[in-house]
Design a protein around this ligand. Structure first.
Ligand code: NAD
Length: 475
């Protein structure tokens, strides 16, 4: 269903009709069985597996150049791995969980029952257009919900293909709505039972405001400036290797990419040289290299170029790492730019970069590096490179971030059992692991009164027996 097909038409009524239809279907089947949920997950798994080559081609067409290995690894395998995990853990997760009951209320009993929320809206971005769309859909389905997905208009071929892939489900179970910001705005103002948004903080604010109109519970998966912090004892070459991989994966268009590096002052020049060598090793050429991904569109490329211009204008030193010294602009690729002597007034140290630009900030003591991080909005990830356990804990205890990865980059998101999500400016709520299943369900607390019980003691008229009991309880 296309929300923005006729520019003047209001996309809201069609979205509302789709939502109402799903809600009616949900009410007719409020608690899908384990078997039903497993079958739905298997159906999605098969569709993704069968159409993986088409998915690779669609994402590549949307980007211009997009590494096949990165699409297969991060997006297709990432999705299948999530589904596999969900299938393996669903049975135990669905079982009601007994909770302890105070002796006063025995022999009553208490339990937590996980109930599907109902109809879930999912809004996804363009940068990993499969991995940020299908795993939330799969998790919502596993939790017993019905789902409507609004993928990004900036990856239109993938969005159209996702609509086809998801057509293995009837419309009243899974539906795709395509369109841009107008559709997104209409979508986020619907009375969902849960709204799950991945994208920029600026749109995230609008989504949260729209959701508040109906008090819709909302998960926001946002971005931010994730620091890459290297302790002075850590081998520079290894740190540079991790940095080059994490920063240039998908050409930096990764919410979790290291945004800037905090490097011991005396190691800055060494780090620059080590990164230069590593980039050369990973990408000896860039122009026609299928491993080196393009920037998605002119708008994003222009934004990145302006970020560099702003840094240069304000006195930064920019070291460009373009190993074969190729012309890249016309293929919408951007070589890695290391930005030295950056100051907090520069865009490069203010906004999320989301591309192959790395400001390097020198620090003198570990506490200075920690202070730099905590004085800024809380990021999605902190990357810390240090083999010393005690210092790892010291840094983890003193910084806030959605997640963290020690001595590597990005891999925290690939752990199916670890929750994934931001904190503060980098988002709210989590998915992946049991936290994901919990996000898409209501944990209903239920107290079962027993046939024989002392409940009447609590009722008026209050008399001597309750007096004695209260005296005992409050002794
Ligand atoms: P975006 O905010 O431009 O778009 C995301 C989605 O929101 C799209 O589907 C878009 O159509 C929709 N949208 C646009 N305007 C809307 C509106 N007014 N109301 C509702 N929806 C609207 O984000 P993007 O540029 O596609 O993605 C990049 C951002 O996403 C980066 O900031 C990145 O860090 C973040 N991100 C976060 C994660 C995460 O998991 N935390 C993952 C990937 C990207």
């Amino acid at each position: 269903m296309s929300g923005d097909r006729t520019p003047s038409a209001d996309p809201a009524p069609a979205i509302r009709a789709a939502l109402d239809r799903q809600r009616a279907a949900y009410l007719a089947e409020p608690m899908p069985s384990l078997q039903t949920r497993l079958e739905r997950l298997s159906r999605l798994e098969t569709a993704v597996r069968e159409r993986q080559e088409e998915l690779v081609a669609a994402v590549r067409a949307d980007f211009g150049e997009r590494s096949r290995h990165e699409t297969l690894g991060a997006e297709v395998f990432g999705t299948l791995s999530t589904i596999h995990w969900l299938k393996g853990h669903l049975a135990s997760w669905m079982r009601p969980e007994a909770r302890a009951i105070s002796w006063l209320f025995r022999p009553g009993r208490g339990e937590v029952r996980r109930q599907p929320k109902g109809v879930v809206g999912v809004i996804s971005p363009w940068n990993y257009p499969i991995y940020l769309a299908l795993p939330p859909v799969a998790t919502a389905l596993a939790a017993g919900n019905r789902v409507i997905l609004k993928p990004s208009e900036l990856s239109p071929r993938t969005s159209a293909l996702l609509e086809e892939v998801l057509s293995v489900f009837p419309d009243d179970l899974v539906r795709v709505v395509t369109g841009g910001p107008r559709t997104g705005a209409a979508f986020s103002s619907m009375p969902w039972d849960h709204l799950f948004y991945t994208g920029s903080s600026s749109v995230g604010r609008l989504v949260l405001a729209a959701a508040s109109q109906h008090l819709v519970p909302c998960t926001l998966e946002l971005g931010g400036k994730s620091p890459f912090i290297v302790h002075e004892s850590y081998p520079l070459k290894l740190a540079a290797q991790r940095l080059a991989f994490g920063k240039l994966y998908n050409a930096g268009q990764t919410c979790l990419a290291p945004d800037y590096a905090l490097i011991p002052r005396r190691h800055v020049e060494g780090f620059v040289e080590a990164v230069r060598a590593e980039v050369k090793r990973l990408y000896p050429t860039m122009r026609t290299n299928p491993d080196y991904t393009s920037i998605i569109n002119e708008g994003q490329l222009g934004r990145l170029e302006r970020t560099l211009e702003d840094a240069r204008d304000k006195g930064a030193r920019v070291v460009t790492v373009n190993p074969a010294d190729e012309e890249l602009r016309d293929v919408r690729k951007l070589p890695l730019s290391l930005v030295l002597d950056a100051t907090p007034e520069m865009t490069v140290l203010q906004d999320e970069i989301f591309g192959p630009i790395l400001p390097i900030v020198p620090y003198d003591t570990l506490d200075d590096a920690i202070r730099w991080v905590v004085e800024r909005p809380r990021p999605l990830a902190v990357y810390y490179f240090d083999h010393e356990r005690q210092r790892q804990r010291y840094l983890l205890d003193r910084t806030h971030s959605g997640g963290a990865c020690i001595n590597d980059v990005l891999l925290q998101v690939a752990q199916d059992a670890l929750p994934f999500g931001g904190i503060g400016a980098s988002g709210m709520g989590m998915y992946h692991g049991v936290e994901g299943l919990d996000t898409f369900s209501h944990r209903k607390a239920v107290f079962y009164q027993s046939r024989v019980n002392g409940g009447a003691l609590l009722h008026p008229p209050y008399g001597a027996l309750l007096d004695r009991l209260l005296k005992f309880l409050l002794r």
